[in-house]
Design a protein around this ligand. Structure first.
Ligand code: FES
Length: 292
């Protein structure tokens, strides 16, 4: 009976297993590449910094005692997450140490469920529970099709030189992929004060508009009797772009239902977002509203 530890497995495994491997391996690979190419992920001044994300998740998570320990080593944690996702994705797609990679993927999904999507309601809007179930289903399917030998030895044999070399290959490929994706990072523009956003006459009291902030991210500008103010349009939960809801006068996230109050410092009104929307500095200068 063949061991499912190589690319041959794509030929021998059932269609259901191949679909799950493609989806889960592809998603984990994409997740790692996306983090590696995200200029904000390791930038401590950015709202997308991994440390800022962990700090937010630690506020309401049942594993906050673990997350709080990670905050002071956030950059290291970020690298481990990034390389771990890449290695799991590559291992699942290539079939190297497949059962171990599936267990690792299920562990990551469990941690993400307990931290990132714990407060997403209804539960089906949070993707991590679905991924966890897919990992569990894949694990049992792979074991069923693997035959008695592989079932007995689910953990890679570190005395087998070929298996060790394959795992080293996965690790090296993950590092190369991270470095290559890191090279695609777009640099974050340095904010410049005084850039005109809109003419004052075109933006009367009561107006709202979306604009691009100096750091290149989407933002919302408001003008009320109290003056002008602006918020990032990037949801503090998982980074979706919020939209303005004129009926409720709120900023709403389409992904998991977080709502924010622009009249109250961008505070969270509901949903899983762990923190208010960050503010951008804007001011009235002459006959225009400008970045400040
Ligand atoms: S990204 Fe999840 S609520 Fe906004």
């Amino acid at each position: 009976m063949a061991r499912f530890s190589s690319l041959d497995s794509w030929r021998t495994q059932s269609l259901g297993v191949r679909i799950l491997r493609l989806m889960l391996g592809g998603t984990w690979l994409y997740g790692g590449l996306q983090k590696a190419s995200d200029a904000q992920f390791f930038n401590k001044a950015s709202t997308g910094y991994i440390g800022a994300q962990i700090t937010g998740f630690a506020k309401n998570s049942p594993i906050s005692f673990i997350l709080r320990h990670m905050i002071s080593h956030a950059t290291l944690a970020g690298w481990m997450i990034l390389l771990g996702e890449l290695a799991i994705g590559i291992a699942v797609l290539s079939g190297v140490a497949l059962q171990a990679a599936i267990v690792a993927g299920a562990s990551v999904s469990t941690i993400l469920w307990l931290s990132v999507t714990w407060h997403v309601h209804p539960y089906f809007l949070g993707s991590d529970t679905a991924y966890l179930v897919m990992w569990i289903a894949l694990f049992f399917l792979v074991r069923k099709e693997a035959g008695p030998r592989a079932r007995k030895n689910p953990i890679p044999n570190l005395k087998d030189r070929r298996e060790v070399m394959q795992m080293v290959g996965v690790g090296v490929t993950a590092v190369i992929a991270a470095l290559a994706a890191g090279g695609l990072k777009k640099s974050i523009p340095v904010p410049k004060a005084g850039n005109k956003i809109v003419a004052l006459s075109a933006f009367p009291v009561g107006s709202v508009m979306q604009y691009t902030a100096p750091d290149g991210n989407p933002a919302f500008l408001f003008r009320t009797n109290a003056g002008v103010f602006a918020y990032s349009a990037t949801c503090t939960h998982q980074g979706c772009t919020v939209g303005y809801n004129p009926a409720g006068k709120t900023l709403d996230c389409p992904c998991h239902g977080s709502t924010f109050d622009p009249a109250n410092g961008g505070a969270v009104l509901g949903g899983p977002a762990p923190a208010p929307l960050p503010k951008y500095s804007v001011a009235i200068s002459g006959n225009a509203i400008v970045t400040a």
